[in-house]
Design a protein around this ligand. Structure first.
Ligand code: GLC
Ligand code: CA
Length: 570
């Protein structure tokens, strides 16, 4: 793994459509590689493109070794991979092996009979003792699914339930079974043989379940106001998770040369666990996606019950991760992905007056931390959340199910919608805005989800033509990472941790030191920063137009600056 690079995430369905069916595809990605090369990213990560009934937009896979016809063919994939490599970039696949689709042949076989040789490839359990299959509360445990309702689905034919931590069309694989693990490793090897450069591993810290010797799974903590409990203690970083990841490393990666990248998506992971996962000596994964900083604005009712974000909480959280992984392990850095609302709307200010400054401020802040930064498609354009009107405008299974369950349980529909508009995943999934033309240049047909009407202003064509755009700021940040080793590798020291508007820190590597100062607010702000920087070079700033001579301590709305000095020059 090259840890000085930047990764760009593509959500193929929403990236670019090459054949007019309204769905982004491999041809669309091929057609836009210039954009990615101009941005200067090192690695592309593709969200799932495998065969899938698309219940969860491809995170429900029915064939791991073929491309969904909506996205293209294996031949086209090879062409894309060669083109990506030809431009000096790498390509990382999404690996979704906590669960398959219920239409995967493994599950079809498993479901066919309790005597099936693949029965034990999934989590089949009888109803709760003393209860009839299908009765309310008869599920084997009280766990809620991440997409509303119970985590168990009854199979009428056998009278047994199967586990699905996500949708009923995403049955969980049983990693206790060594045959499952070997089948997964073989599939991973097949992709690596094809030339891919690694994997982003979907909810990989959920593959080990806490199962008793008799096969018993435990009820979770009850959740107020819900018939279901929180089972996460039984499957977040479960008892065998490190063993499984070490085994995977040993079987899949250890004997291969090359700079392969592995990143584990890990909801609920702690800093202490992350150190173990990313300690090179333990050979598990290169880095993890943690969720702490993107959960800080979740209220008591969860992600759809948002509360205002406090900058001091962000600093405390990201700062703790910087510190926790400073000696051993490695951070990944992200604001956005296909599961998160757009950062400029969420933590910045997407009004015309502040959109560019706040997007570039947040980008500077993140990219100057120690770790590997991830840019999610459209983030480099300052794309915003979408103006969803009614529930009909949403496509995501999580949002649609949440609405249905919450409204059925008596919640006010408008309040539920307001929550979806704020944190719903569809905000990230509206089509990439390439031009100001029809459908933002995404498709010549009807897009599967509406294009954000602000593409008249926010689009790649305009951004590339404007040197002060969000795009060029991201490009400069990535370039800086490539040319200035302290950006990726330097030590990190947080400054002014209690300031509610200023996020500032220093970085140091050898005799090079950086001072990063960001005004995360729409006000003019003064920060009490350490002295000795007056003559330091301004490496990059997002508002060079507004620095007033003699007023270096004054930060304009959403201003971000990075200064550089060498020791001896203090
Ligand atoms: C991960 C994915 C998300 C998906 C879920 C189930 O969190 O990022 O999009 O819905 O796993 O696969
Ligand atoms: Ca298409």
């Amino acid at each position: 793994m090259d840890i000085t690079g930047a990764v760009y995430q593509i959500y193929p369905r929403s990236f670019a459509d090459s054949n007019g069916d309204g769905i982004g595809d491999l041809g669309g990605i091929l057609a836009h590689l210039d954009h990615l090369q101009a941005l200067g990213v090192d690695v592309l990560w593709l969200s799932p493109i495998y065969c899938s009934p698309q219940d969860d937009n491809g995170y429900d896979i029915s064939d791991y070794q073929d491309i969904d016809p909506a996205f293209g063919t294996l031949e086209q994939f090879d062409e894309l991979l060669a083109a990506v490599h030809g431009r000096g970039m790498k390509l990382v696949m999404d690996l979704v092996v906590n669960h398959t689709s219920d239409e995967h042949p493994w599950f079809v076989e498993s479901r066919s009979s309790p005597d099936s040789p693949k029965r034990d490839w999934y989590w089949w359990r009888r109803p709760r003792p003393g209860m009839a299959a299908g009765a309310a509360g008869a599920e084997p445990t009280n766990w809620a699914s991440a997409f509303s309702g119970p985590a168990w689905e009854l199979d009428e034919a056998s009278g047994e339930y199967y586990l699905h931590l996500f949708s009923p069309k995403q049955p969980d694989l049983n990693w206790e079974n060594p045959q499952v693990r070997q089948a997964v490793y073989a599939m991973m090897g097949w992709w690596l043989d094809r030339g891919v450069d690694g994997f982003r591993m979907d909810v990989i810290n959920m593959i080990s379940k806490d199962v008793g010797p008799d096969g018993h799974l435990h009820d979770g903590r009850p959740v107020e106001g819900s018939p279901y409990g929180d089972g996460s203690a039984s499957y977040i970083c479960g008892p065998r998770i490190h063993e499984f990841l070490q085994e995977m490393h040993q079987e899949v990666f250890a004997h291969r040369d090359g700079q392969l990248l592995t990143v584990g998506e890990m909801p609920g992971v702690t800093v202490e666990e992350a150190v173990l996962f990313t300690d090179p000596a333990r050979a598990e994964v290169d880095m993890v996606f943690q969720f702490e900083h993107v959960d800080l604005d979740h209220g008591p009712g969860g992600k759809f019950d948002p509360r205002p974000l406090r900058l001091t909480d962000v600093k405390a959280s990201l700062g703790r991760w910087q510190e926790g992984l400073e000696e051993v392990g490695w951070n990944s850095l992200y604001w956005n992905n296909h599961d998160q609302p757009r950062v400029v709307s969420r933590f910045g200010d997407d009004s015309p007056a502040h959109r560019v400054a706040s997007a570039t401020c947040l980008a500077t802040l993140l990219h100057l931390h120690r770790g590997t930064p991830y840019v999610y498609q459209g983030e480099e354009l300052g794309m915003t959340n979408a103006p969803f009107d009614s529930i009909q405008d949403f496509r995501d299974i999580e949002s649609v199910n949440h609405y249905r369950h919450a409204v059925a349980a008596g919640a006010d529909a408008e309040t539920v919608l307001a929550g979806l508009r704020w944190t719903g995943r569809d905000n990230a999934r509206t089509p990439v805005q390439w031009t100001s033309g029809p459908n933002a240049g995404f498709t010549t047909g009807t897009p599967w989800i509406a294009v954000n009407p602000n593409h008249d202003v926010v689009n790649a064509e305009a951004a590339r033509a404007d040197p002060d755009s969000v795009f060029h700021h991201y490009r400069r940040l990535i370039e800086l990472r490539h040319t200035e080793p302290v950006v990726a590798l330097g030590d990190f020291t947080m400054l002014v941790p209690h300031h509610e508007q200023v996020y500032a820190f220093t970085r140091r590597l050898g005799d090079v030191e950086l001072l990063v100062v960001c005004n995360v607010s729409g006000d003019d702000v003064r920060a009490d920063l350490p002295g000795g920087w007056a003559d330091a070079e301004l490496l990059i700033g997002n508002r060079p137009d507004v620095v007033v001579p003699g007023e270096e301590g004054l930060l304009r709305p959403w201003e971000a600056r990075v200064h550089r000095r060498t020791c001896g020059n203090q």
